[in-house]
Design a protein around this ligand. Structure first.
Ligand code: PMM
Length: 260
């Protein structure tokens, strides 16, 4: 799953147009490079990030989703707002990637009615507050139980089980130890019976472990973390560098699952 963030610096028409064009080109390049799914998002969920209004988010993502879908790219919409998801599904997205795991009361029915897939991600708190001082008694069990409860809610709303993925939400209300525990315990998450998505790409836990690293320097670290996650049973990885992600996934598959 390749990441396309449409978060333009300028709100002038020119800036928007450039941002859309660049995002579409990036999504197409990722598909060429072998991404199975392109994840389009219009709201930053980085720690401390402010919320973006619905209209602005729709304005950012819909032209990109439509252009990619028209070129037969499978698109997931990275949003927690049902209104944004509805606009993106109408524009051709086939999966909703929801970092609040159906936090919006309208989301489950919408996904079910559209016949779309859903990725349910765990987050403690909200992006503004999540990294303040996260606490768990047993992070793996708590994240798994939360995700299973949300997956059951999704099934209850009519989303078929095979259309539901779960994601422990690396970096979303987790300190370094929490992130490492979740990366190390993918088998416990996979045992819940839903495909596991892992999104460790370029996240700041790497700098807490290894010191300052540029985004590109984080890519090999991402590849190691994702390879171990795949070895533990993860089904999908969410990455910035698709070429490196695909190589590490295929190598891991060849070694631990005997297929490349
Ligand atoms: N991480 C980010 C955004 N969306 N979605 C899922 N399912 N899993 C993630 O780990 C995830 C996500 C934030 O990362 P970015 O700023 O690099 O997009």
């Amino acid at each position: 799953m390749g990441i396309v963030n449409v978060t333009p610096d300028s709100f002038s028409d020119g800036g928007r147009f450039l941002a859309h064009d660049a995002a579409i080109a990036h999504g197409l390049a990722m598909t060429e490079a072998g991404a199975d799914l392109v994840d389009v998002g219009g709201e930053s969920t980085r720690p401390g990030a402010a919320e973006v209004g619905t209209d602005i988010e729709i304005d950012r993502v819909v032209p990109v989703v439509r252009a990619l879908a028209e070129r037969e790219v499978l698109v997931s919409i990275d949003t927690s707002k049902a209104e944004v998801a509805a606009a993106a599904l109408a524009a051709g997205a086939v999966v909703v990637n929801d970092v609040t795991a159906l936090g919006d009361p309208g989301m489950a029915d919408l996904v079910a009615a559209a016949g779309a897939g859903v990725i349910l991600m765990h987050m403690l708190g909200s992006p503004r507050t999540m990294q303040a001082d996260p606490h768990y008694v047993d992070v793996v069990a708590e994240v798994r139980d939360f995700l299973v409860a949300r997956a059951e809610r999704a099934e209850g709303a009519g989303i078929p089980r095979e259309a539901i993925c779960i994601d422990p939400g690396i970096g979303f209300g987790k300190n370094l130890d929490h992130n490492l525990a979740l990366l190390a315990n993918v088998p416990a998450l996979a045992a819940a019976g839903y495909p596991v998505v892992m999104g460790a790409s370029r996240k700041s836990w790497m700098t807490h472990l290894l010191g300052d690293l540029s985004p590109e320097e984080r890519d090999p670290v991402t590849a190691v973390a994702h390879a171990l996650a795949i070895a533990g049973g993860a089904s999908m990885i969410r990455v910035h560098d698709v070429v490196m992600g695909l190589r590490s996934a295929r190598t891991t598959d060849a070694i631990v699952r005997s297929f490349a």
